[in-house]
Design a binder for this molecule. Structure first.
Ligand code: MN
Length: 244
């Protein structure tokens, strides 16, 4: 984290304090790599809350927590948990600030671009296959191109056309958001992070995001000699809109 508040506000009055604040505490200590940034943000918020520090510094760290992927659902659970050990009035004070940062009306089930995987790249707009998709998607090839493995990101409402993987099948590993997988003639299956779908060869199917959520899966083709994809008709709005 690049912090200049010390130098900006106290650089002349207390240069040593400014140096310790910006270069050591918010420099070396904040940037240590043994714990990830989201965890550091949560620890900071809980430490301030436990001490009853509910001023602008807490609001700053709540915003920082949101920017680093803490969802409204998570912060609500965190504040509730810390309230158990630090006292009810502190819970109220922090909830009031958190509501200003996250907003009251945010949909907790939907992933936002900020809720997408930080472990895999999102890649570039998927222009090569755009003709076989409804809506915008993004593609980040993973590893050796020969593997045919990629992280695919779908914006809300985006899905690929009905298609068939000939000879080799496909494996989907869901990593973020909420989506759907459907085989021809069968009900659609809801997908969430951690779900793995094995798509057999020669089965007509589609996959994509839910209406109200971004979605990411890693797609891998089962490498078989002579494997190919056959792209078919789009999933109609009528069929897609039936899915909750
Ligand atoms: Mn497929």
């Amino acid at each position: 984290m690049k912090q200049t508040a010390g130098h900006d506000q106290l650089g002349k009055f207390a240069p040593e304090f400014a140096h310790l604040n910006d270069d050591v505490l918010f420099g070396e200590v904040w940037d240590q790599e043994a714990i990830d940034t989201k965890t550091k943000c949560i620890l900071t918020v809980t430490a301030l809350m436990a001490q009853g520090i509910t001023d602008s510094s807490l609001k700053y760290h709540l915003q920082n927590a949101k920017n680093n992927g803490v969802t409204r659902e998570e912060i609500a659970a965190i504040i509730t948990h810390v309230t158990m050990y630090s006292g009810w009035p502190k819970g109220w004070a922090v909830f009031n600030l958190a509501k200003e940062v996250w907003g009251e009306d945010e949909d907790t089930t939907a992933a936002t671009p900020q809720g997408l995987s930080k472990d895999f790249p999102m890649g570039e707009p998927n222009t090569a296959y755009a003709q076989y998709f409804v809506g915008n998607s993004y593609l980040a090839p993973l590893g050796d191109p020969q593997l045919g493995a990629a992280n695919v990101t779908f914006e809300p409402g985006c899905r690929n056309n009905w298609h068939i993987h000939h000879k080799g099948g496909q494996v989907l590993i869901c990593i973020a958001g909420r989506g759907w997988y459907q085989e021809w003639g069968k009900p659609a299956q809801e997908l969430k992070p951690g779900d793995v779908v094995s798509i057999p060869p020669e089965v007509k199917h589609w996959h994509g995001a839910a209406k109200d959520s971004w979605f990411q899966h890693i797609a891998m083709h089962v490498p078989v000699e002579g494997a190919s994809n056959e792209w078919l008709e789009a999933v109609t709005d009528e069929d897609y809109d039936k899915l909750a």
